[in-house]
Design a protein around this ligand. Structure first.
Ligand code: DX5
Ligand code: ZN
Length: 218
């Protein structure tokens, strides 16, 4: 699945920008609070407005503190998937339960320096694992291939039936890097600058999808 990140879109024309990626699988919305990450983007009122006009299900990536307090609101707003950061969560299982109860898929994100091992048990309660392939906070950064062993490890656990998860990668995904991420076992690819920086976002999505599919078949 390809999930264009609105972070690289024109914030004055969000409804139009959502339409431009109507053939994507999820629309990735980066919520930042200027505390968990050194950047501030948008919050629930904007997500509610987007939910009403987006042709694509919303994938909300909450880079915020106290996600247990705020995350369920995004699920209640109708987001398909809501992802919270493991580093910000005192009780990830409780958040997953609340998100699922509100009708969303529950996602857990880990930063590049965060190991996977401490979360293997709680991931049984999640639907998505988001492995950050840049430090969260900004678009347009370079892909960090050194985090791919975490994707490979998670893919092995999914393959062996120990976990059932979408494996999402976010940060620096473009036509040159998506194949390594796909080969490592990712199946949801967030791409901000590679889609919204392209002249034809629909063509960019198709090209990314084709490259990921080719790498998966190898
Ligand atoms: C970064 C965000 C990403 C960002 C990716 O903190 O989580 O979703 O938009 O942008 P690119 O694809 O440009 O690296
Ligand atoms: Zn993101």
């Amino acid at each position: 699945m390809i999930a264009p990140s609105l972070l690289s879109a024109d914030f004055a024309r969000l409804a139009d920008e959502a339409q431009r990626v109507a053939d994507a699988d999820w629309l990735h919305v980066d919520v930042m609070d200027a505390h968990f990450v050194p950047n501030l983007t948008l919050g629930l009122p904007v997500v509610q407005a987007l939910q009403a006009v987006s042709p694509v299900p919303l994938d909300c990536h909450l880079m915020i503190e106290a996600p247990e307090r705020w995350a369920p609101g995004y699920a209640e707003a109708g987001a398909r998937n809501v992802t919270v950061h493991a580093e910000a969560c005192a009780d990830p299982r409780a958040v997953a339960r609340d998100l699922r109860a509100a009708g969303a898929l529950a996602g857990l994100a880990i930063k590049p320096g965060t190991p996977l091992e401490p979360y293997l048990d709680v991931l049984a309660d999640f639907d998505t694992l988001l492995v950050m392939t840049v430090e969260p906070g900004f678009g347009g950064q370079s892909f960090m291939p050194e985090v791919l062993p975490k994707v490979q490890q998670a893919r092995r656990l999914v393959r062996s039936g120990h976990l059932r998860l979408f494996l999402e990668v976010d940060g620096g995904i473009n036509a040159d890097t998506i194949e390594q991420a796909a080969a490592a076992g990712a199946d949801v690819f967030v791409a901000g600058s590679a889609v919204y920086g392209a002249e034809d976002p629909a063509a960019a999505i198709a090209a990314l999808r084709a490259r990921a599919a080719a790498a998966t078949q190898e």
